[in-house]
Design a protein around this ligand. Sequence first.
Ligand code: ADP
Ligand code: MG
Length: 321
Amino acid sequence: MGEFDLIQRYFTPASYPHDVLLGVGDDAAVVAVPSGFRLVAAVDTVVAGVHFPVDTAAADIAYRVLAVNLSDMAAMGAQPRWFTLSLCIPDASESWLTEFGSSLQQLARQYDVHLIGGDTVRGGLNISIQMLGIVESDVWLQRGGAKPGDVLFVSGIPGEAAGGLQLLLNPSIPVESLHREHLLQRFYRPMPRVQLGRRIRGLASSAMDVSDGLLTDLGKLCAASRCGAHVDLDALPISHAAIATYGQQAAEQYALAGGDDYELLFTVASENLLSLESAIGDLAVRCTPIGRIMPGEAVQCFRRGEPVSMNITGFDHFARN
Ligand code: ADP
Ligand code: MG
């Protein structure tokens, strides 16, 4: 199978919505951004052995690389619309491509995003997606914008993805099979919080998605907003499955420092809390107030009102030991 056939067979959508004027098959794609909207762009790459174990199923890889990009759109309050796919694969295995292509299209359908182009080359497994979205002018979300006094929220239950990854890295960990399934699912199949991002647009003073660990990413949000934060550990939602598997203390560590959750971290000024409640009340995803934005630049955790020191570093590709 040549490159042309491969693209034709696995990566050419059967149809496009009206805002795709030219899709896969030409030198570039052309899309229509509705007037009154801004274009929002993000790219994320996943590398075998770095972002997922080398033997990960093609369907899970496809899901993950698309999901992490959708999550970036969620963090911006954007509606994801179109994406391009850069695929570097060691060989053109039909079963791998079939599984990869159908998983990608399935998630794409679910979020109404459309593959409009890409690139296909041979090499070590390495996949990038560039995601394009739109957001109403000029009310996107961003990391900078939190103010002292704002309430800090996290969606979902942070730390479950890290709990799942740990099971993959150490298969001998004893774990009840229901918990195992749940935690692995949370690692392989994060749920991009696109709807949530859309709903908090105009209400949240800042937002980001948690990919490198809650405290590390909160540090980034605070740095961008030039402020500090207090985190109330007693309010932090902790995974029951992680507690049952790793114990309370380790489960809390995963919640604070584990990566790969793709939950949203966002801040809301006190006067907007009621509007927030009505804006997101009917969503299935739970959002928990876990602290407050503070003057200064420190991120400080508290337990029963007492400061607790945390020694946590999130994931950094270029950190030296
Ligand atoms: P070019 O030589 O102009 O870069 P390519 O042969 O690389 O063209 O690609 C041909 C067409 O197929 C282009 O429209 C490109 O966007 C699309 N394409 C290539 N690889 C992929 C892929 N993995 N997924 C989606 N579209 C792809
Ligand atoms: Mg060309």
